[in-house]
Design a protein around this ligand. Structure first.
Ligand code: ARG
Length: 460
């Protein structure tokens, strides 16, 4: 007969296959520190409210600290027959402090206990991630600062569109990752809620003091409804959704860096330390970090879908299905943290080939819009100007030339509003710096965006 903590009503032991199947200790052991901290706070609350004596609480806390030390020293035996981390800690506690250990679980259930553990774990990880996102954003701003002045083609549909500052392009990613940081902060406000005291689902008959437990564990508030408390995982879903969006941003940056390091673009070179070679083609230097980040984005989307599907249609309140929340959540946390770390290290190790970028702005009719604007500011309605420049582009294409390579006489065949000042008007730097509308790519705008970002980062 098994000696499981819940085995009272059973007359038969658990099938060993079922033990392996139902156990979560293989992955939830990483929650041990939160499990123990939560139990310590619970003990102290039980003593404070007179449910157990101060001596009993002291004994339990001493035992719990010993369990923590044993786990940290690697001297702890984990075993599927004890299911999960909660059972492991409690069973060992029983061995250490004896019968008083049986009082620990008073007014508590594993259902609210696991909710507490996950919330404490995720709260700590979300804080770490918010910091890491801050460091990544700083690295982007530094690149934007260093390269202020460099131009490259801006693309729509991956076709050359209009010239932009490289710094403007980089600051676009700063904005995306800033919103990611905000999403994690916002999620944190709903993660940071204390669930203990909901017990199995209905609350408890003991005179517990949930606010006291919350204060000890540094939670600003307690959950409202005991059934929702043990049945809710949307805090984890929100985190994973934010992680999936953040990875999506990384996948876009990665895709651009992969394209830009191709011979076809030749806009960047990623340092050797962040690339790998080929076992057959001696010339290869592959942007594997970027490719793996692009690939790992799929994992995190998968984690989000797993959690959504896991929670779909679950009746109230706790269901064992919810044990499956941990692996996808842990995977999303680990993958995102690794991505943030490797990217923040890699960014300063990218050489931007600004000459090649600048050269690329001279072909592909990046100045067509500006020629139309030139005509429009000289009285031609914009739609007509658009049409006239379209004709000029067709003409230039037929001669294998760019607009600025046509002679003034050739240009004037399309409109006699065109004067000799057109050539400086179509200068790349002039085109960029004329785009002074709020949020536009003009150097003065981008300089202030960088300053603003620096101030924001310093304040955070
Ligand atoms: N290992 C479980 C989980 O992660 C803990 C809660 C189990 N509760 C229960 N009644 N079996 O969800």
């Amino acid at each position: 007969m098994s000696d499981k903590l819940w085995s009272g009503r059973f007359s038969e032991g658990t099938d060993t296959l079922v033990e392996g199947f139902t156990a979560s200790i293989g992955y939830d052991r990483r929650l041990y520190t939160w499990d123990i901290e939560g139990s310590v706070a619970h003990c102290r609350m039980l003593a404070k409210t007179g449910v157990i004596t101060a001596e009993e609480a002291a004994e339990l806390v001493r035992g719990l600290e010993q369990v923590r030390r044993e786990i940290e020293a690697g001297a702890f035996a984990f075993d599927d027959s004890l299911e999960d981390i909660h059972m492991h800690v409690e069973s060992r506690l029983l061995e250490i402090v004896g019968k008083v250990a049986q009082k620990l679980h008073t007014g508590r259930s594993r259902n609210d206990q696991v909710a507490l553990d996950i919330r404490m774990y995720l709260r700590a990880e979300t804080r770490v991630i918010i910091e890491a996102v801050g460091r990544l954003r700083s690295a982007l701003v530094s690149l934007a600062e260093t390269h202020l002045g460099a131009v490259l083609p801006g693309y729509t549909h991956l076709q050359r569109a209009q010239p932009v500052l490289l710094s403007h392009h980089l600051m676009a990613y700063y904005e995306m990752f800033t919103r990611d940081g905000e999403r994690f902060r916002d999620a944190l406000s709903r993660i940071d809620v204390m669930p203990l005291g909901a017990a199995a689902l209905a609350g408890t008959t003991y005179p517990i003091d949930r606010e006291y437990t919350a204060r000890q564990l540094d939670f600003p508030r307690i959950s409202e409804n005991s059934m929702d408390t043990v049945g809710d995982r949307d805090f984890a879903l929100e985190f994973t959704a934010a992680a999936a969006i953040c990875m999506m941003h990384f996948s876009r940056l990665s895709e651009e860096l992969i394209l830009w390091s191709s011979v076809e673009f030749g806009f960047v070179e990623i340092a050797d330390a962040f690339t790998t070679g080929s076992s057959i083609m001696p010339q290869k230097k592959n942007p594997d970090v970027c490719e793996l980040v692009r690939g790992k984005t799929g994992r995190v989307y998968g984690d989000l879908m797993t959690l959504l599907t896991l929670m779909k249609s679950l009746p109230m309140a706790y269901n064992r299905d919810m044990q499956e929340d941990k692996e996808p959540l842990f995977d999303a946390v680990d993958t995102l943290k690794m991505t943030l770390a490797v990217y923040t290290r890699m960014l300063p190790n990218i050489t931007f080939k600004t000459d090649a970028m600048a050269r690329a702005t001279h072909t592909g009719f990046l100045n067509a819009t500006d020629l139309a604007d030139y005509l429009a500011t000289r009285g031609m309605p914009f739609r007509e100007a658009h049409h006239v420049v379209g004709k000029a582009v067709g003409f230039a294409l037929g001669r294998g030339k760019e607009l600025h390579e046509l002679s003034l006489a050739e240009l004037r065949t399309f409109s006699d509003r065109i004067e000799s000042d057109i050539f400086s008007f179509l200068g790349v730097r002039e085109m960029v710096d004329r785009r002074k509308s709020a949020g536009g790519t003009a150097t003065e705008n981008v300089r202030s965006a960088i300053l603003k970002a620096r101030r924001t980062l310093a304040r955070e």
